[in-house]
Design a protein around this ligand. Structure first.
Ligand SMILES: Cc1cc2nc3c(=O)[nH]c(=O)nc-3n(C[C@H](O)[C@H](O)[C@H](O)COP(=O)(O)OP(=O)(O)OC[C@H]3O[C@@H](n4cnc5c(N)ncnc54)[C@H](O)[C@@H]3O)c2cc1C
Length: 320
């Protein structure tokens, strides 16, 4: 019965979850990753800021390499969406449920990420534009690629203003476009935009077409053509499973963790975009490594995992 209990169940197979899987599998622990397959990294046509890849790497390829590495050391990976997480108050064991099954584990790592809110535009058009770098979501990641280009930022609140100002250090041609209605900004924000020579355009706005290497946005003030647009519409953090077992969230609706990635619930850990911090692959991987090492040490503090001497292992294999 005990063999059916995993040492750790990792929910989410993006850079955070897969890094943890590689570490935990190499710690000789019995683990499983359950991943719904919607990693934000899979949206990256080619990342140029991920260290070690001077010519860039696509998000899909990076994920595949990490999955292969985790499986090489014995990690099991299921493509499923976990709908329920429960914790037995007496035993402290977790049970996660998904469409075709469930698993019980001594510890759980939540690496469920966030989802960016999309701008108003047809879905197929969006995906084509994303693949071609006409829609971008992360100026920290790829602002360099829009150096001296025409950029539209779709947003209206302080987040939109901050993103437009950030991108202004890559190009002098930045326009802030309100997504839904006329721009309504504080006088302080208006002054900042004026000082930076950022044009402001009222919505409603909708990206309507891709022409050549450009994207056309229809606004309340007419058509605008950009080399790239950055939606600055916020994101939704996947904290539902954490909430099901009563974990504390931070003010910005992320999962609260200590410096070792422990949540407020014993043996529940979190890493990556779902935790407050820099939403980047490097950071997600770093947190995945920290979480995995904490999980290993916490499990071993409860019950040491001494390895059998080699002779015993041979006997066991012989059945003697
Ligand atoms: C267009 C774009 C470009 C980017 N470019 C870069 C870049 O160049 N460099 C860089 O460093 N960063 C980049 N980023 C950011 C980077 O992709 C993220 O920071 C990184 O993917 C976060 O990793 P994560 O593991 O925390 O989450 P994710 O990669 O988002 O993975 C979370 C996983 O959890 C799964 N999941 C969620 N809920 C459940 C559930 N209930 N059950 C099962 N599975 C679940 C999801 O399906 C997903 O597969 C970019 C992001 C975008 C959107």
């Amino acid at each position: 019965m005990d063999e059916d209990i995993l040492d750790c169940l990792i929910i989410g197979g993006g850079p955070a979850g897969l890094t943890a899987a590689i570490y935990l599998a190499r710690f000789h622990l019995d683990i499983m990753v359950v991943d719904a397959g919607k990693s934000r990294a899979s949206w990256i046509p080619c990342s140029h800021n991920h260290a070690g890849f001077p010519d860039g790497i696509s998000g899909k390829e990076l994920l595949q390499r990490m999955r292969d590495q985790a499986c090489k050391y014995g990690a099991k990976i299921e493509t499923e969406f976990v709908t329920k997480l429960e914790r037995d108050a007496k035993t402290g064991l977790f049970t996660a449920t998904w469409g075709s099954g469930c698993a019980t584990a001594r510890s759980v790592l939540l690496a469920t990420g966030v989802t960016n809110r999309r701008p108003p535009m047809d879905e197929e058009l969006h995906d084509d534009a994303l693949a071609r770098g006409l829609v971008r979501y992360c100026p920290i990641c790829d602002g360099y690629e829009v150096t001296d280009k025409r950029v539209g930022v779709i947003g209206s609140d302080s987040h939109g203003v901050a993103e437009a100002l950030f991108i202004r250090s890559y190009t002098a041609d930045v326009t802030l476009v309100a997504p839904d209605k006329a721009l309504r900004l504080s006088s302080e924000d208006q002054q900042k935009l004026k000082d930076a020579a950022i044009e402001c355009v009222d919505g409603p706005a909708q990206a309507v077409a891709l022409t050549g290497d450009c994207i056309v946005v229809d606004t309340a003030e007419g058509h605008y053509t950009f080399d790239s647009i950055y939606p600055a519409l916020g994101s939704d953090t996947h904290t539902q499973l954490a909430e099901m077992v009563g974990a504390d969230l931070s003010n910005d609706s992320c999962i609260k963790v200590d410096t070792h990635q422990r949540t407020s619930v014993a043996r529940l850990y979190a890493a990556g975009d779902v935790v407050i911090g820099l939403d980047q692959i490097s950071h997600a991987m770093g947190e995945g490594g920290v979480a995995a090492t904490t999980i290993r040490n916490d499990l071993c503090a409860k019950k040491p995992r001494w390895r059998e001497p080699v002779t015993n292992l041979v006997d066991a294999e012989d059945g003697t």
